[in-house]
Design a protein. Structure first.
Length: 114
C-alpha cells in the first residue's frame, strides 16, 4: 500500500488549500480513511475521517466547520478542503487508515503565515 499526499504550500491566514491523497494497493472502502497532521513538537492527530462505508464523517474540534473531507472511489483518492486557515493549522498533513495503519507517506507541508 502506498499513500501519496500533495497540495500543501504556504498560505496566508484566512486562505484555503485543497489536499489530495492518492492511495494505491488498498481500496478506500476497505477501512476507515482519514487525514492526520503533525505540527512541530506535537503528536500526530486525526483531523478528519470517513467511516469504512463512507457514510459517516468525523472531524476534530480544531477542523470542524473549516475543513471538508471528500473522496473519489473511482480514483481511490481522498481530498481535504481547508478554508479559513489559521497559523495553528501549520503542520505536515498525512492520510492513512486510522483503524489499520499502513506505512506513512511523505506527507505534504502546510504553512499558514503572513
Amino acid at each position: 500500500v502506498q499513500l501519496l499526499e500533495s497540495g500543501g504550500g504556504l498560505v496566508q491566514p484566512g486562505g484555503s488549500l485543497k489536499l489530495t491523497c492518492e492511495a494505491s494497493g488498498r481500496p478506500l472502502n476497505s477501512y476507515a480513511m482519514g487525514w492526520f497532521r503533525q505540527a512541530p513538537g506535537k503528536e500526530r492527530e486525526l483531523v478528519a475521517a470517513f467511516s469504512r462505508s463512507g457514510e459517516q464523517i468525523t472531524y476534530a474540534d480544531s477542523s470542524k466547520g473549516r475543513f471538508t473531507i471528500s473522496r473519489d472511489g473511482i480514483k481511490n483518492t481522498v481530498y481535504l478542503q481547508m478554508n479559513s486557515l489559521k497559523s495553528e493549522d501549520t503542520a505536515v498533513y498525512y492520510c492513512n487508515f486510522p483503524a489499520k495503519l499502513v506505512p506513512w507517506g511523505q506527507g505534504t507541508q502546510v504553512t499558514v503565515s503572513s
